[in-house]
Design a binder for this molecule. Structure first.
Ligand SMILES: [Zn+2]
Length: 112
């Protein structure tokens, strides 16, 4: 009777492939919403093929489930992008200025 000779099959073969919990993601979105002074009526996660998120005219933001597997920076950009749409519904100069300013203010000065 040997103690388990076989160890767990979980090895380093699946790096970074652990999705974050959807509740944690939504909490992150809520935190950003407060920081940006917007109030999404609903935060949704859904499968999406071509983009990270979308925003409805009623204030509902929907994000791709794939974002749960993305690094912090990608996730942050997608979240901030959609939330800014609650204030600016297009990709005009104001939108881009807000997006750039928000992302710049949250990254460390050493970055980029
Ligand atoms: Zn957009």
């Amino acid at each position: 009777m040997r103690p388990s000779a076989r160890r767990h099959e979980v090895t380093a073969e699946s790096p970074m492939a652990i999705p974050m919990h959807s509740d944690d993601f939504k909490a992150e979105v809520s935190t950003w919403a407060i920081a940006l002074g917007v109030t999404p009526t609903e935060i949704c996660l859904a499968p999406m093929r071509r983009k990270w998120g979308s925003c409805s005219t009623r204030g509902r933001v929907t994000f791709s489930l794939d974002l749960l597997l993305q690094p912090d920076q990608v996730r942050r950009e997608a979240i901030v992008h959609e939330l800014i749409h609650l204030r600016v519904p297009n990709h005009g100069p104001l939108f881009r200025a807000l997006l750039a300013a928000t992302l710049r203010s949250t990254s460390s000065p050493q970055e980029g």
